[in-house]
Design a protein around this ligand. Structure first.
Ligand code: NDP
Length: 313
C-alpha cells in the first residue's frame, strides 16, 4: 500500500507527478470542510508536503497521529513549528543550497535596479520621453560598501557577487565566522552606520523579528539603501515606509513582505523603492531542483535512508 501524504497546497509539477506516482495524496487546499477532512484522513497520514509559506500549523500536526515527516519546498522554515513537530515525532526537511545562486542573483538584480533606476529608465523609454530630454544621472554600486545581515549559504553568494561589482563587503551575524576575511560587525546598528547598502538575508525567527529596527534604518540613513530578500518580518516595515517617504532612508528594494501574498504596498509606491513579489528562488531551474529535493527527501525517509537535508534545530 502506498504511504498517505497530506499536501498543503499545489506544488511544482516535479513534485506533483513524482508524489502522485509514489503516494496516496490528500489535497488539503481543496477540502471545503478542513476539520472534517482532517478527522477523516488524518489518522492514516504519514507525511506532509508543504512549502515555506504554507508551513504546517500545530493544529494540523496534532491531527496527524502517525506523522513521520514534513518535507518543505523552500529553505526558510519559519512557518513550521519545528520544536512542536519534532516533539510530535516528525522529522523536517527543507531545500537549502539549490536556491543559493538564484536568490543571490535576485539580490544583485534588485540592487542594480534601485541604484541605476532601471524600472524608471524602462518607463521613460516606453513613454517616449527620450526625445524630450536626457535621462537623469544615477548612483552606481562600484566602490560602495555593502553590509550583509546573515552571511550564510545565500549571504555568501551575494557577498561574492558584490565583490565582483567592486564593492567592499562586511557582515553581521550572531558571531564572527572562522575563515571569513570580510570584516565582522557584532553590532548591526554600527554596521548600518558604516555601509551604503544593507542586504538582509538572515532567517525569519522569533530572534530576528524586527532586527532591522527604526534605529538601524536611521543609522543606514538618507544615503543608504536596504535590500530585503529574507523575510518581511525582519524589518520594521512601518518605520521603513515612513523613513523612505521623509528622506530619512535613501532607498529600498523589497522582494519580501510581512503580509504575503497580500501586502499593503501603498506606503512603498515611492520613486526610491523597487518592489518584487517574492521572486528570489523563482527560476525554472531552481524551482525544479527544489521540487526534486522535496521528492528525494520523502523517498529517502520511506526507504529508511538518511535524509538529504534535515532541519535539526
Ligand atoms: P543560512 O542558515 O545558511 O544562513 C543564515 C545566516 O543568518 C547565518 O549566517 C546566520 O549566522 C545568520 N543568522 C541567523 N540568526 C541570526 C540572528 N538572530 N541575527 C543575526 N544573524 C543571524 O540560511 P540561507 O542562506 O540558506 O537562507 C537565509 C534565508 O533566506 C532563509 O531562511 C529564507 O527566509 C530566505 N530566503 C528567501 C528567498 C526569497 O525568495 N526571497 C528564497 C530563499 C531563502 P549566525 O549563525 O552566525 O548568526
Amino acid at each position: 500500500m502506498k504511504p498517505e501524504i497530506l499536501m498543503m497546497g499545489p506544488m511544482h509539477p516535479v513534485c506533483m507527478t513524482a508524489l502522485e506516482d509514489a503516494y496516496t495524496i490528500h489535497r488539503y487546499w481543496e477540502a471545503d470542510n478542513k476539520t472534517a477532512f482532517l478527522a477523516e484522513n488524518g489518522p492514516g497520514i504519514r507525511a506532509v508536503a508543504t512549502n515555506g509559506h504554507l508551513g504546517c500549523p500545530e493544529a494540523i500536526i496534532t491531527a496527524l497521529p502517525k506523522l513521520e515527516i514534513i518535507s518543505s519546498y523552500g529553505v526558510g522554515y519559519d512557518a513550521i513549528p519545528v520544536k512542536f513537530a519534532i516533539e510530535h515525532g516528525a522529522r523536517i526537511t527543507n531545500t537549502p543550497n539549490v536556491l543559493n545562486d538564484a536568490v543571490a542573483e535576485m539580490a544583485l538584480g534588485l540592487m542594480l535596479a534601485l541604484c541605476r533606476r532601471i524600472p524608471q529608465a524602462d518607463a521613460f523609454m516606453r513613454e517616449g520621453k527620450w526625445a524630450k530630454g536626457g535621462y537623469p544621472l544615477t548612483g552606481e554600486l562600484t566602490d560602495r560598501k555593502v553590509g550583509i545581515l546573515g552571511l550564510g549559504r545565500i549571504g555568501k553568494e551575494i557577498a561574492k557577487r558584490c565583490e565582483a561589482f567592486k564593492m567592499t563587503v562586511v557582515y553581521h551575524g550572531r558571531r564572527a565566522q572562522e575563515g571569513v576575511e570580510w570584516q565582522y560587525y557584532g553590532d548591526l546598528e554600527e554596521m548600518a552606520r558604516d555601509v551604503d547598502w544593507l542586504v538582509v538575508i538572515a532567517p525569519g525567527s522569533a530572534e530576528t523579528k524586527g532586527i532591522v529596527s527604526r534605529k538601524v534604518l536611521e543609522a543606514l540613513g538618507p544615503d543608504g539603501a536596504i535590500v530585503n530578500v529574507a523575510r518581511g518580518a525582519l524589518i520594521d516595515e512601518a518605520a521603513m515606509a515612513e523613513l523612505l517617504a521623509s528622506g530619512g532612508l535613501g532607498g529600498a528594494a523589497l522582494d519580501v513582505f510581512e503580509e504575503e501574498p497580500l501586502p499593503d504596498v501603498t506606503p512603498f509606491l515611492l520613486d526610491n523603492v523597487v518592489l518584487s513579489p517574492h521572486q528570489g528562488s523563482a527560476t525554472y531551474k531552481t524551482r525544479a531542483a527544489m521540487g526534486q529535493l522535496v521528492v528525494d527527501n520523502l523517498a529517502a525517509h520511506f526507504a529508511g535512508k538518511p535524509l538529504i537535508s534535515e532541519v535539526t534545530e
